[in-house]
Design a protein around this ligand. Structure first.
Ligand code: NAD
Length: 249
């Protein structure tokens, strides 16, 4: 399949996990991928892997929670490639806190990256996507759909992403821009490898976030993201697709 020939897709969080797998998948299908991440070494490695495989990619450091950094990165993408057909917003962080001991600074950081950062990107690319009738895929989570114990800030950020994505989908539908979410659950990435739980965590509640199929590779989410960005998803907008191995089924 070469669904992204002559198309340019901007991918955040491209240095690791689902963002990296998405960048590789979009490039393998012929797309030029503008890869951004906070981690320079990681994002450069992703772009280098794409180029080594014969694809087209650019790497850039971008802090999605910094408005100027986002605006500069989108401008750099347009300068480099001239147009933009898709945005895959995967940058994010996760932390678990006992709700009564959640620090205000930790709440603010999580909301700044996961929710405000997603908004900064959507807002910056929309004028370009209107030109190409492009598509956005944002990272929500099963945490947006079901209670996540000790996940107050993360759940709030992902619920916000879900609501914001539906809002964009409706506002831009007549202008030909689609916006959807993926809601991954229990995918093996840097994020899930490094999880730390508070002492009060009740692990009897954890089956609610455990996959039943065992298909936990980030590539399984990347395949769904590629479908949503491509014209195969032409009649899908304002949707949230769970890729969670049946956790919430
Ligand atoms: N892994 C899962 O099971 C799972 C489940 C539900 C939702 N998600 C969501 O999917 C998305 C991708 O997660 P992942 O599992 O691949 O995580 P990951 O940790 O492997 O990758 C996240 C990437 O985001 C980057 N990043 C963090 N802060 C940033 C910032 N301020 N600016 C730019 N880049 C930044 C990191 O450097 C990292 O490369 C996240 O939004 C996450 O919340 C993941």
């Amino acid at each position: 399949m070469q669904r992204f020939t002559d198309k340019v897709v901007f991918v955040t969080g491209a240095g690791s996990g689902i963002g990296k797998a998405s960048a590789l998948r979009l490039a393998a299908e012929g797309g030029a991928v503008f890869c951004v991440d906070l981690n320079r070494e990681a994002v450069e490695a992703t772009a280098a892997e794409i180029v080594a495989a014969g694809g087209e990619a650019t790497a850039r450091v971008c802090d999605v929670s910094d408005e100027a950094s986002v605006q500069d990165s989108v401008s750099a993408c347009i300068e480099r490639y001239g147009s933009l057909h898709g945005l895959v917003n995967m940058a994010g962080i996760l932390r678990f806190d006992d709700t009564e001991h959640l620090q205000t600074g930790d709440w603010q950081k999580l909301i700044a990256i996961n929710l405000t950062g997603t908004m900064f990107l959507c807002r910056a690319v929309l004028p370009h996507l209107v030109q190409t009738k492009g598509s956005i895929v944002n990272a929500a989570s099963t945490a947006a759909l079901s209670g996540l114990p000790c996940g107050l800030a993360y759940s709030a950020s992902k619920g916000g992403v879900l609501a914001m994505t539906r809002s964009i989908a409706v506002e831009y539908a007549k202008r030909g821009v689609r916006a959807n979410c993926v809601c991954p659950g229990d995918i093996n990435t840097g994020m899930t490898d490094g999880i730390k739980f508070p002492k009060t965590m009740d692990f009897e509640l954890m089956p609610r976030i455990m996959s039943l199929t065992g298909a936990k590779a980030p590539e399984v989410v990347a395949g769904v993201i590629a479908m949503l960005v491509s014209d195969d998803g032409i009649h899908i907008t304002g949707e949230d697709i769970r890729v969670d191995g049946g956790t919430l089924s």
